[in-house]
Design a protein around this ligand. Structure first.
Ligand SMILES: *[C@@H]1O[C@H](CO)[C@@H](O)[C@H](O)[C@H]1NC(C)=O
Length: 394
């Protein structure tokens, strides 16, 4: 299927801002070990954790992105069997090497719309948020595709494999639907990696999270997302935002544009969307083992070590989340996705360090993002980009 959006090509002139995360990235973390006179059994902090308090590092208290969340409603994916023109290709898809939905090619002004194939930093985008989902929203064969109970610590399968053609899925079919905030069913869990081994203590020994939500579980698989944008408040204390839409659209109004109106009327082309709004994703199984500690998950996906970032699927998709499935689609498309195909082990303390960094943000309150979110149903072929590329950022 050829998916044509708009014929107008519109160039926005305010991009090109090189980004550095607004947190105290250079601050050396301290490990004080057990505090004097208070050596409780529960104090099992990993190394390199420091009790940070919000507001210590910056003086700016005004969040310049306040009120900039477009809060665009979801839309039905199909109208009379045809993809809604605003929906476009969705995320997360099957990122297995060789997967081809054979369905969607996004064309704009007669030209195929291309995702960003450099690093987002090189493309002038900065990270505006980090959050994660329980289980992978994407699937990658042999890496994160497990749905059986053996692959996770809860003794439960994830029931993710209920696929439908053309949005005919009965939501009750998999017993789980929609998100935490809607209170209309259990949160849907995504695919798991196959690393979990119930006989290996690093997958089963509990870790006492101090900064992340207590829902976080050793042995469980999480898909972490870093939304990036060139309309973000890059290089200011307002760079990171919760919800992330505020960060992505922070400077759009100041550039004289509005979303989704200017996408619908063609003032913002599909290529402009794909080149200026992007998501990075990496999938991890959490272990209680400091040999897998990584100090900075805040600024973006891990690249450059071991096999991190070596095999990345690049495609056009949308924002995700458990409110969306193959019937209800996100309007935030076609954005660039760079999704690491491998599942990596990472220490629980790496996540707790990340949550500490998030909670130390000023002026943004990121509390809502230190708990895992539900997962979207795997995107059906009919809604998947067919032009998946491969990138090595290692
Ligand atoms: C993903 O794609 C691969 C390659 O085409 C295929 O073997 C696998 O079954 C697909 N996974 C799912 C869950 O559809």
């Amino acid at each position: 299927m050829i998916f044509t959006k708009h014929a107008t090509l519109f160039l926005v002139s305010t991009f090109g801002i090189i980004s550095v995360a607004a947190d105290g990235g250079g601050i050396r973390a301290l490990d004080k070990g057990g505090k004097k006179g208070k050596k409780s059994k529960g104090d099992r902090r990993g190394p390199n954790l420091v009790d940070r308090k919000a507001g210590k590092f910056v003086s700016q208290t005004i969040n310049i992105c306040e009120g900039e969340d477009p809060d665009a409603d979801d839309i039905p994916c199909f109208e009379n069997g045809v993809i809604d023109a605003v929906a476009g290709p969705q995320a997360g898809i099957n990122v297995t090497e060789g997967y081809d939905s054979g369905e969607i090619t996004v064309i704009d002004g007669g030209v195929v719309v291309e995702p960003i194939t450099s690093t987002f930093l090189e493309a002038g985008l900065c990270p505006v948020n980090v959050h994660w989902h329980t289980g992978a929203e994407h699937t990658s064969a042999g890496e994160y595709d497990c749905t059986t109970r053996e692959c996770g610590p809860t003794g439960k399968g994830t029931g993710r494999r209920v696929l439908s053609k053309y949005g005919l899925l009965d939501k009750k079919a998999d017993g789980t639907h929609r998100g935490l905030s809607d209170d209309d069913g259990p949160d849907r869990q995504g695919f798991r990696c196959s690393h979990y081994d119930k006989n290996d203590p690093k997958f089963t020994k509990p870790y006492h999270f101090k900064f992340c939500s207590k829902e976080m579980t050793v042995g469980e698989t999480y898909e972490v997302h870093w939304p990036h944008g060139s309309f973000g408040a890059c290089n200011t204390p307002s760079q990171y935002q919760t919800p992330f839409y505020k960060g992505l659209f922070c400077n759009l109004g100041r550039a004289g544009l509005s979303f989704p109106e200017d996408v619908i009327n063609g003032k913002i082309s599909s290529q402009t969307v794909a080149s200026n709004f992007a998501l990075q994703g990496q999938v991890y199984t959490i272990v209680n083992d400091e040999n897998y500690y990584y100090p900075d998950l805040f600024r973006g996906m891990i690249t450059g070590v071991k096999d991190f970032g070596k095999d990345i699927a690049v495609y056009l998709g949308s924002s995700t989340g458990s409110d969306r499935d193959n019937t209800i689609c996100s309007k935030y498309a076609p954005i660039t996705w760079q999704m690491d195909r491998k599942c990596h082990l990472i220490s629980a303390s790496s996540f707790d360090k990340l949550c500490a960094d998030m909670l130390s943000q000023t002026p943004t309150d990121m509390t809502a993002d230190v708990a895992p979110k539900g997962a979207r149903l795997l995107v059906d072929d009919s809604l998947s980009d067919s032009n998946v590329k491969t990138l090595n950022l290692n």
